[in-house]
Design a protein around this ligand. Structure first.
Ligand code: GUN
Ligand code: FE
Length: 484
């Protein structure tokens, strides 16, 4: 039976059900979007042509084919990204975390929704000052639209976003993610500690943090009552920005409303010292969150670099997840996250761009940075290659690992029946000397024609970029198509 809701995808499908090997299959996948979720209904790995696909799958549905020089890959999951910081990518100078926050980050975040932000009084390179926005949400609309479009163009189909303190701007991010069609966790940032937060960018009280969080949770639930595409996430910025009362309130809210939590943990040595001085009664940085009831299987902890054994044990016991942000850790000189140790101890790990601590909105770039940093960790630990993360494991962290971190294991990040069709069509450069060469060109990835598919994927990881991402689907909906 023909159905407008069904689509057949035909070609090469590559995914990473395990960290040790790519799974490379050719055939066809049938996606059914009739209930609005766009799930993989059936797969047939004996299909060899588009015609064959319709007869073997038993449906008259349109066929979308990945070319011979391409493949389908699960959409990437960015487990930690700050949407309002996207205008600042690459702007961090020589700062490290704490002066980076006050110099670059709080000004840009506060400018989305707050007409009193220092961004509007700063002198611009041309000698004028930034005009105050008449519509305080105008900048948020521009920045958030661009952030969603650029991350999609790099293949991010799911993202866990930090927004800002502004409820209106945060709600707008939820609306945009829903309209544009990216799967998103939306977090209204909470910060109420007067000793560490600037006057122009701070909640007036723990009660304000709580009430504003509730308002954003309610909005996200209204936008998407299923919570499958857009869902709220409670977001205390990090321990130093929050009072004990606020952390406790937010822990209780997470439990009573059954909402996810995201925050930063143990990123930078000065930050760790600050936490020690602000929370002297707590045993460790991890204990600050644990004491507030913020460590659960629904918690995402970004960075998690300077942890002792007991802290790792607590995180493992609570089932909390870690977002590894390799680019940011290098850019801000934060340190080396020991990903292998975390995985060995049974902690789920995914990758985060941490824009704009990280310079790139691309999770493919996060895979590269993760591979590099793992070698630095190996070097520091005596040169043992067991620390090294290779292409397969990096891609596994970017998809399956990420799906565990955002609580969507089995429903995204993998090509299995029942999973959502959150997928990328990747096109590499054409074989040199082939008929397609003139049309496809190099596309950033030079293919000679003799490489195995494992090697082609390695070349994509190391030299690929958004030019290779031809089409992007979320829940069976086409949400990005490259024009050239
Ligand atoms: N710690 C507190 N806020 C931030 C932030 O915005 N980015 C990073 N990387 N770390 C933080
Ligand atoms: Fe961050």
């Amino acid at each position: 039976m023909a159905s407008k809701q069904q689509t057949i995808y035909f070609g090469r499908f590559i995914d990473t059900p395990t960290p040790t090997a790519l799974r490379i299959r050719t055939g066809a996948i049938l996606v059914n979007a009739s209930d609005g979720t766009g799930k993989i209904e059936k797969a047939d790995w004996t299909v060899t042509s588009a015609n064959d696909a319709t007869s073997k799958l038993g449906v008259e549905a349109p066929v979308v084919a990945a070319g011979d020089d391409g493949f389908f890959f699960p959409g990437f999951i960015d487990t930690h990204i700050h949407a309002p910081q996207y205008p600042n990518v690459g702007i961090f100078g020589k700062t490290t975390l704490l002066d980076w926050l006050t110099t670059y980050t709080f000004p840009v975040e506060s400018s989305l929704g707050n007409p009193n932000s220092p961004m509007y009084t700063k002198t611009l390179p041309n000698g004028t000052s930034n005009p105050k926005q008449i519509d305080p949400l105008a900048r948020a609309k521009t920045v958030y639209t661009r952030t969603l479009q650029r991350t999609l163009s790099h293949g991010t189909t799911t993202a866990s976003y930090f927004a800002t303190l502004s409820v209106a701007a945060t709600n707008h991010l939820a609306d945009l993610a829903h309209n544009i069609g990216q799967r998103a966790l939306i977090g209204r940032v909470c910060m109420d500690e007067p000793a560490t937060c600037p006057d122009y960018y701070r909640d007036s009280s723990a009660t304000e943090s709580l009430e504003a969080s509730k308002a954003c949770i309610a909005h996200c639930r209204k936008v998407d009552p299923t919570g499958l595409l857009v869902a709220p996430i409670i977001t205390p910025r990090f321990a130093p920005s929050c009072t004990v009362e606020s952390l406790r309130n937010l822990g209780q809210l997470a439990s009573s409303e059954d909402v996810r939590v995201q925050t930063h943990l143990s990123e930078n040595r000065n930050e760790c010292a600050l936490v020690k001085s602000l929370f002297p009664e707590r045993e460790s940085y991890t204990d600050v969150y644990d004491h507030a009831g913020l460590l659960t299987p629904k918690t995402i902890l970004a960075h998690a670099i300077h942890l002792d054994d007991k802290e790792i044990e607590t995180i493992a016991q609570r089932g909390a997840k870690i977002s590894h942000c390799a680019a940011s850790n290098s850019a801000l000189g934060s340190g080396f996250c020991r990903v292998r140790t975390l995985l060995d101890r049974g902690v789920d790990v995914g990758l985060g761009t941490d824009v704009s601590g990280g310079h790139s909105p691309s999770i493919l770039d996060a895979v590269r940075q993760t591979c590099f940093v793992s070698r630095h960790v190996g070097f520091l630990d005596g040169g043992d290659s067991r620390w090294n993360i290779g292409v397969e494991e990096g891609l596994w962290l970017a998809t399956v690992g990420g799906s565990k971190v955002v609580g969507m294991e089995g429903s995204v990040g993998i090509f299995e029946e029942g999973a959502a069709w959150d997928a990328l069509e990747i096109r590499l450069g054409a074989d040199i000397g082939s008929e397609d060469e003139a049309e496809v060109g190099e596309n950033g990835v030079s293919i000679f024609g003799w490489e195995s598919w494992d090697d082609r994927v390695a070349k994509w990881v190391w030299n690929g970029d958004d030019r290779n991402v031809r089409r992007v689907w979320v829940g069976g909906r086409l949400v990005h198509e490259r024009k050239s």
